[in-house]
Design a protein around this ligand. Structure first.
Ligand code: ZN
Length: 186
């Protein structure tokens, strides 16, 4: 397994739509393993393929119950509302309060290509929505209210170093130091 560099906001790969996965092979398994190791090193609750430079519809997650892998996510049946302060591994140290649906149904494939369906709510529902957005080339700040988005953009300019494109996560540096109590990075 390997820890992969995490791409930062501004990298074009984060604005591109991921391609659906068609080959459920050993390479896909390896990518999933590396993404899980990277997410754990960054202490994230989720990590999508575009965040490690891969234009694929796939993400990994772990909300404290062990890691899971979601391939080709399709969300439907949104219901309720839920306000939550989201962070993103591609924008370390910045947290934005965002209202999204509370509950969502996710149809996806596992690493063998077998179809599954899960109804996710609260934090898990939030992770699935944030990561599926990454797969669609959408950054979480787009989901924030205008004023909160502006505030995040201001903070971002102070946070990101000019020319900085990616970082290697570890438990101490960057994401660890900038972690906010109670909030999760996705
Ligand atoms: Zn993110």
């Amino acid at each position: 397994m390997a820890i992969l560099p995490i791409r930062l906001f501004g990298d074009p790969v984060l604005r591109e739509k991921g391609r659906p996965v068609t080959k459920f092979d050993a390479r896909l398994q390896k990518i999933a393993d590396d993404m899980i190791e990277t997410m754990e090193a960054a202490r994230g609750a989720g990590l999508a393929a575009p965040q490690v430079g891969l234009q694929m519809r796939m993400f990994v997650y772990d909300i404290g119950e062990g890691p899971g892998v979601v391939v080709n996510p399709e969300l439907s049946d949104f219901s309720g509302t839920y306000i939550y302060e989201e962070g993103c591994l591609s924008l370390p140290g910045i947290y934005v309060e965002i209202e999204r649906p509370m509950t969502v149904r996710c149809c996806y494939r596992d690493l063998d290509g077998t179809p599954h369906e899960i109804v996710a709510d609260e934090l898990l529902g939030r992770v699935f929505q944030h990561e599926t957005d990454h797969c669609d080339g959408l950054f979480f700040t787009l989901r924030a209210e205008k004023e909160k988005r502006k505030e995040a953009m201001r903070a971002m300019r102070e946070t990101l170093m000019p020319g900085e494109k990616e970082y290697i996560p570890n438990r101490e540096a960057r994401t660890g130091a900038a972690r906010r109590e109670g909030a999760r990075v996705l």
